[in-house]
Design a protein around this ligand. Structure first.
Ligand code: ZN
Length: 440
């Protein structure tokens, strides 16, 4: 794709005859009118010939769902270069033997290519906002390469700059804070790009640097995003070091708040769930990754019952191994029910809501929306649109993605991107990366 942007110019778009998610629920056939980057009308009335003549682009959405885009609330784009390497290892050996050595061998160009590949995968699956826990913070050039790619993609991207000040790849606190401040100053406020603090995990971070980085993020209207209580090993490390479980310790050091995103929360007890609810700290649930790594199943039904906000994420492709949010929705429903022996918990519409970037398409809102094909054997018949989406859909069913009124995916093709060339470039880069990392 060689530096170009991936999206169309902003035009006037009519999306017609689809099942449209409105503030009042699904309507079909529905019509969505987009002008100057915003949704200007959502209607059940067919447009007049006059209006039709004004459209720069008309998208036929018959037998399709027309809805807000999805948020992948936790992934690691760099891990697109590390798929299939878990090899049956549990979390900590997998990190130490596979992920960290490869990460250490990344060049800025590898970071750029891996991010492009990962963003294409998310875009193809209908994700309009990607939260990238950016794990290759080896140099400012690595992070800037990912930020530049994010801006070129046209997607909303949050880069949660990862850091650790204890153990392997530790950085001095002053260097972490200086680089975060640099990133906020340079990139925060760039169109559709957001920066956040992304501590790696509790056991790799000191309380003092956690607090200071969180205060810094707050000054820029941002937040902290990190792995918490992912595995039983981690709970044991926390008990050994602080005499407290992970979420309890976070609360103890004053870090638990609505602007602290708790990724995983697989191993949280009732008291910790209450603390999450009291402080409004959102949990990002990554059921596929938690299962692949043998970490466990997060108590989503209990979290929701207590009023903890729950979002969905795929986690990185090294532990998933895809970034398909539809698969994540279905897995969330299945695991919530299997783990409670209760088929009434987490209805499909609730799982879908956890993944949506907005509750519905509203006139006046930015035109961030997707068109999803439901006219295939896997979804037929569509008795209930939310069920068809949460239980029968795959990423490849997404036909069109529009962000801010610009078309990023049209008829299943990424606009302005030579995808075959990108795949070839990634293949070459990964071969060289494996050699540098000593992984043959
Ligand atoms: Zn992760």
């Amino acid at each position: 794709m060689a530096g170009g942007r991936w999206f169309s110019d902003m035009g006037t778009i009519l999306i017609r005859d689809g099942a449209v998610l409105t503030g009042g629920g699904w309507v079909e056939p529905g019509y969505v009118w987009v002008e100057a980057g915003r949704i200007t009308a959502v209607s059940t009335t067919p447009p007049s010939p006059n209006i039709l003549a004004q459209a720069d682009e008309i998208i036929d959405a018959q037998y399709c769902a027309v809805m807000p885009g999805l948020v992948n609330a936790h992934t690691h784009l760099s891990q697109t270069f590390m798929r299939g390497l878990a090899g049956g290892r549990p979390l900590l050996p997998w990190l130490k033997e596979r992920i960290w050595p490869l990460q250490a061998a990344f060049t800025p160009d590898d970071a750029r290519l891996a991010a492009q590949l990962g963003l294409v995968e998310n875009l193809r699956g209908g994700v309009t906002h990607v939260v990238n826990h950016h794990k290759v913070a080896a140099s400012p050039a690595h992070t800037d390469a990912v930020c530049e790619t994010a801006v070129a993609s046209g997607l909303h991207v949050t880069i949660a700059r990862s850091w650790t000040d204890k153990g392997v790849n530790a950085e001095p606190a002053a260097a972490i804070l200086a680089d975060l401040a640099r990133l906020f100053a340079r990139w925060q406020g760039a169109e559709r790009l957001h920066i956040a603090s992304g501590p790696l995990a509790l056991w790799r971070c000191s309380a003092d640097t956690l607090r200071r980085s969180h205060e810094l993020a707050r000054r820029y209207g941002s937040f902290t995003h990190f792995h918490v209580a992912e595995s039983q090993d981690e709970v044991q490390l926390s008990l050994n070091e602080w005499g407290m479980r992970p979420v309890a310790w976070l609360h103890d050091i004053g870090m638990l708040a609505a602007d602290t995103q708790v990724v995983h929360a697989v191993w949280v007890d009732e008291d910790e769930i209450r603390l999450l609810a009291q402080t409004g700290a959102p949990v990002v649930h990554c059921p596929v990754s938690n299962a692949v790594l043998g970490s466990g199943i997060a108590p989503v039904a209990a979290l929701m019952q207590q009023g903890v906000p729950v979002k969905l994420g795929t986690d990185g492709p090294a532990s998933n191994d895809t970034q398909d949010m539809w698969e994540t929705m279905k897995t969330a429903v299945a695991f919530a029910r299997a783990s409670t022996l209760d088929a009434t918990v987490l209805p499909p519409a609730a799982a879908l809501n956890m993944a949506l970037s907005a509750d519905a398409l509203h006139p006046g809102a930015p035109a961030d929306l997707i068109v999803v094909n439901l006219n295939h054997a896997r979804a037929m018949p569509v008795h209930d649109v939310a069920s068809a989406l949460a239980l029968s859909t795959r990423g490849s069913d997404v036909q069109t993605v529009i962000v801010g009124g610009q078309i990023l995916l049209r008829d299943g093709q990424v606009v302005g991107l030579d995808e075959a060339a990108l795949l070839a470039e990634c293949r070459r880069a990964v071969a060289a990366l494996r050699q540098r990392a000593g992984l043959q």
